[in-house]
Design a protein around this ligand. Structure first.
Ligand SMILES: *Cc1c(COP(=O)(O)O)cnc(C)c1O
Length: 444
């Protein structure tokens, strides 16, 4: 296993001998999850909040936070967090451009706008050095995404936020259970919101949750879309007179099959992501020193971790591989029997919604409908975000520490990297657009 066998792309034997579904299957569902889900159905309890409230309490306790508020999806947990932080008409939030859209877009429905900032090319998270010059008197919040499992550099971001008296919202959808310098991600900012959707590492079905220590954030989010909980128990004085109707006209309640399964998943989550962490670190340790490839993970013994390693990716350094495109590299790895690809999320600032779409009939683009200045960010304005797709690729997301199987995947990457010279001949380069959804319309 040294990466010198003939590439499968050129007729050699595949490094991955047979597909290993058990290695990747997620979430892990046992009879305990099944019993919990069936019980909800038998009790006709799908639409209540009794189980969800238990889940919220247990989830918040897990992270040592005062309040947990469950939502029907992660997108609405972010909308609730935005409103909770006071984001309103004419306000601005700062968010990285390279992320899943729900980190930012719900702001528009509150009449606010999004200002996109660069990512750090190493962490792939919001670059602390690209925030401060974007802050204006309209800036209400910074959205930090622990992107692809990697904790964002929170210390300098919290310092900036404190200095300017603005809120920090953590989007933890990729990193539930991860640590930043010994602290759980999601507990450092003013509120930590996240998806618990079936594809995420904390996977319970459609669902989301936020955690906070701030009663006002918690109660504002209840007022926005948790109608039957917006009652006489609300303590925030200015919210009390309006109880009884959801102020946003939204309904955010979580399906209780999700919360029931969530309670079971939570019991085993730390142990299960511990095994993922062991498997993923083993994979990267085995690739240490291979040219062109770098792990996307925090330094060992830094107190920071990758949580459940959601949507695992690696860094690509084409300069070390004779300029070989990541597209061609991935083609060779795929031929070895590994289903991976180049790129990550496309930068949001280039989509037409951030340029010219008039969503609400303002007679002008939504992004500037209520803004005090032109916030549109044209092509070329965020070069790192726009170029990152050529320097990253997905890697397998191992759920089990099975070294014999993982070694085969290691070999696939090693073969392609070490034999890059043979791949250069037919390298057609990267397409204009890499990664993301193919129906995402980018403005020229
Ligand atoms: C998945 C995701 C969301 C949205 O969560 P849903 O549960 O799908 O609504 C928000 N932010 C990020 C970064 C995500 O990956």
């Amino acid at each position: 296993m040294i990466g010198t066998e003939k590439l499968a792309l050129f007729g050699g034997t595949k490094a991955v001998k047979q597909s290993q579904e058990g290695l990747f299957k997620w979430p892990i569902i046992t009879e305990e999850d099944e019993a919990a889900a069936v019980q909800v159905l038998r009790d006709g309890a799908m639409s209540g909040t009794d189980i969800t409230r238990k889940f919220e309490r247990e989830f918040a306790d897990w992270l040592d936070m005062k309040y947990g508020l469950a939502f029907n999806n992660g997108t609405n947990s972010l909308l609730g967090a935005f409103y909770g932080c006071g984001v309103g008409v004419g306000d601005e939030i700062i968010c990285p451009s390279v992320t899943y859209w729900a980190s930012a877009l719900p702001a528009y429905s509150l009449g606010a706008s999004v200002v996109f900032a660069e990512i750090d090319p190493v962490t792939l998270c919001l670059d602390p050095n690209d925030i401060e010059h974007r802050i204006t008197e309209k800036t209400k919040a910074i959205v930090v995404v622990h992107y692809l499992g990697h904790p964002a550099d929170m210390d300098p971001i919290m310092e900036i936020a404190k200095k300017h008296n603005i809120k920090v919202i953590e989007d933890v959808s990729h990193a539930q259970g991860g640590y930043y310098k010994g602290r759980r991600v999601g507990t450092i900012g003013d509120v930590g919101a996240m998806s618990l959707m079936a594809g995420k590492s904390f996977a319970i079905g459609e669902g989301g949750i936020f955690v906070t220590n701030d009663l006002e954030i918690y109660e504002r989010a209840i007022a926005l879309g948790h109608y039957e909980r917006y009652n006489q128990e609300i303590q925030t004085p200015y919210l009390q007179p309006h109880a009884g109707l959801p102020l946003g006209g939204y309904k955010f309640r979580m399906h209780q099959v999700s919360s029931a399964v969530g309670r079971v998943q939570l019991k085993y989550y730390d142990e299960r992501i511990g095994e993922i962490d062991k498997a993923m670190n083993y994979f990267w340790d085995r690739l240490e020193g291979v040219p062109g490839l770098r792990a996307h993970r925090p330094a060992k013994n830094s107190g920071s971790t990758m949580g459940g390693w959601y949507a695992t990716h690696g860094h690509y350094v084409p300069e070390e591989l004779g300029g070989l495109s990541v597209t061609r590299f991935c083609e060779a790895v795929r031929a070895e029997g590994v289903s991976i690809g180049p790129g990550c999320n496309l930068p949001l600032h280039l989509h037409s919604l951030q340029q010219d779409a008039d969503v609400y009939g303002h007679g002008k683009p939504t992004i500037i409908a209520n803004a005090s200045r032109d916030l549109r960010q044209p092509k070329g304005s965020l070069p790192i975000s726009e170029g990152i797709a050529a320097r990253v690729y997905s890697i397998p997301w191992f759920k089990h520490f099975n070294t014999e199987q993982i070694d085969q995947y290691v070999e696939a990457f090693r073969k392609a990297a070490l034999q890059y010279n043979d791949l250069l001949a037919d390298d057609k380069g990267n397409p204009e657009r890499l990664g993301g959804w193919n129906f995402f319309r980018q403005k020229a």
